[in-house]
Design a protein around this ligand. Structure first.
Ligand SMILES: NC(=O)c1ccc[n+]([C@@H]2O[C@H](COP(=O)([O-])OP(=O)(O)OC[C@H]3O[C@@H](n4cnc5c(N)ncnc54)[C@H](OP(=O)(O)O)[C@@H]3O)[C@@H](O)[C@H]2O)c1
Length: 199
């Protein structure tokens, strides 16, 4: 598997720290050229490599960490997303009217034609997400949801490799509703920093 984080702000860098901690290679990209991100990427760790957006999108698994409204710009960068898994770490808040009642990740999925979309890594503030998810006796929980059940398993594997305890919530408009905002209210699991005990 190859991984890219699109958006190298607070959440993108928090996730880059998680990859670096476990020596897992990850590409990072934004609208700026890779040279503009390289120093920060190197400072996080040697497995974090800045590339152009186009080169980063060659990864199999793409984590979206851009402002919600920018997802369409990222989607336009590839004519077809077939074979890719897109992990939506974005939050839409307050929820824009254009979503017309859809969970924000279902709305995002409409732009990434052919991709398998999983919502995840979106429920914690960046400063918390950046810290080591492995604590004495436990692992920090991340919630995963999506309408394609087969797509969730490899993302759960990635979360485990990064030291998190993945908790699957099911479909976006079922369990996934707990990690989506509705109007001006956050889903009940958003900002809940939970840990799962070692088995
Ligand atoms: N901050 C949090 O605590 C938090 C928590 C949970 C979820 N989130 C969600 O995570 C997402 C990112 O939030 P953030 O706080 O990390 O924002 P941020 O610090 O403003 O970073 C956004 C990043 O996206 C890049 N970007 C913007 N438009 C882009 C485009 N069209 N193509 C590629 N890159 C683009 C920006 O870089 P350039 O300007 O160089 O392109 C920047 O690196 C948001 O959807 C937010 O709702 C944030």
């Amino acid at each position: 598997m190859s991984y890219a984080i699109i958006g190298f702000g607070k959440i993108g860098q928090a996730l880059a720290h998680a990859f670096a901690r476990k020596n897992i290679e990850v590409t990072v990209a934004s609208r700026r050229p890779p040279e503009a991100l390289a120093t920060q990427a190197r400072a996080i760790g040697p497995t974090v490599v800045a590339k152009s957006l186009r080169d980063a999108l060659e990864a199999d698994t793409i984590i979206l960490a851009v402002p919600f409204g920018e997802h369409r710009e990222v989607a336009k960068a590839l004519p077809n997303w077939k074979g890719k898994t897109v992990i939506d770490a974005m939050n839409a808040f307050p929820v824009p009217e254009e979503l017309d009642g859809l969970p924000s990740s279902a709305f995002v999925a409409k732009s990434f034609t052919g991709a398998r979309l999983v919502k995840g890594f979106n429920h914690l503030i960046a400063a918390t997400l950046a810290t080591d998810p492995v604590v004495t006796g436990g692992h920090r929980v991340v919630f995963l949801s999506g309408d394609d059940e087969d797509a969730i398993a490899p993302v759960a594997d990635l979360a485990k490799q990064l030291g998190f305890a993945p908790v699957k919530l099911g479909k976006l408009n079922e369990g996934g509703a707990l990690v989506h905002a509705r109007g001006r209210s956050w889903g009940q699991l958003i900002f809940q920093d939970l840990f799962k005990k070692e088995q």
